[in-house]
Write a protein that binds this ligand. Structure first.
Ligand code: CAA
Length: 240
């Protein structure tokens, strides 16, 4: 039977490239999005991929959203936890809300999505989770205590859930992208970004498709022996 994949934040940026890559592999894809109905509609019309709106940071919304995907497309076999936000600022200027929102969405979203789907995968004896971390979760980044902590948390979450999933045929892996040419990175002040790119050995920003290729591999049948790993795709910025 055709496998069903959910990609959170799957209608834009890296998420869009992942949704397209999984569709190309023959999976039925549901692209989750948080708020931009217009962009999501345009994405669905352009790609033929169904989009579903819910906030991954909201526990009940995840349970309901995943149930809606299962009703329309079938049981969920693959989850790519890609949805994430930034609220950058030095600690002195960072509000509790900036901290909390990033933790709630970036890290809480992984927990919520796993709670909604892990049990079904366990019963069917097959599953794939790919959690999108970040080079900044591995190396830290000035002005990102919230984001770096959440992304670092994703790497720990991945290794813990991988141990629980292994005996049920569920693999759990992370990808740690570097700086990729998306809207999120475009929001970094130009002079700051210039300095960051100067330190990337490959000498450029990554492309969303280069992250999606890694996700596609980890979601494949052939990757069944890969679990608890982190694949760094960062142009050599941080070799870890
Ligand atoms: N290391 C040391 N010092 C630094 C620094 C760094 N990396 N970056 C800035 N500083 C210093 C500056 O030199 C400056 O020092 P002085 O006051 O002595 O001149 C001081 O910190 C303040 O810098 P800013 O003027 O930049 O401060 P700001 O308050 O206007 O902005 C900031 C701070 C919001 C953190 C801004 O620097 C910024 O946006 N930085 C980029 C953060 C970043 O890389 N975010 C990644 C987003 S993309 C993403 O997250 C995707 C992914 O997974 C990779």
């Amino acid at each position: 039977m055709t496998k069903v994949a959910i990609v959170t934040g799957g209608t834009r940026g890296i998420g869009e490239a992942i949704s397209l890559a999984l569709k190309k592999m023959g999976y039925v894809v549901a692209a989750n999005y948080a708020g931009n109905d217009e962009k999501a509609r345009a994405f669905s019309e352009r790609t033929g991929i169904d989009s579903f709106r819910w906030d991954v940071g909201d526990h009940q919304a995840c349970l309901d959203g995943c149930a809606a995907v299962a009703d329309r497309l079938g049981s969920v076999d693959i989850v790519v936890n890609n949805a994430g936000i930034t609220r950058d600022g030095v600690l002195a200027k960072m509000s509790f809300d900036d901290w909390n929102e990033v933790m709630r969405i970036n890290l809480g979203g992984c927990f919520n999505m796993a709670k909604a789907t892990f049990d079904g995968m366990r019963q069917r004896g097959w599953g794939r989770f790919v959690n999108i971390g970040s080079v900044n979760g591995q190396a830290g980044q000035y002005g990102q205590v919230n984001y770096a902590a959440a992304k670092s948390g994703i790497h720990g979450f991945t290794k813990a859930l991988a141990q629980e999933g292994a005996k049920y045929g569920i693999t759990v892996n992370a990808i740690a992208p570097g700086y990729v040419d998306t809207d999120m990175v475009a929001a970094v002040p130009a002079q700051v970004l210039e300095k960051i790119v100067a330190k990337i050995p490959v000498g450029r920003l990554g492309h969303a498709g280069e992250i999606a290729r890694g996700v596609a591999f980890l979601c494949s049948e052939e990757a069944g022996f890969v679990t608890g790993s982190t694949m760094s795709i960062n142009g050599g910025q941080h070799m870890y």
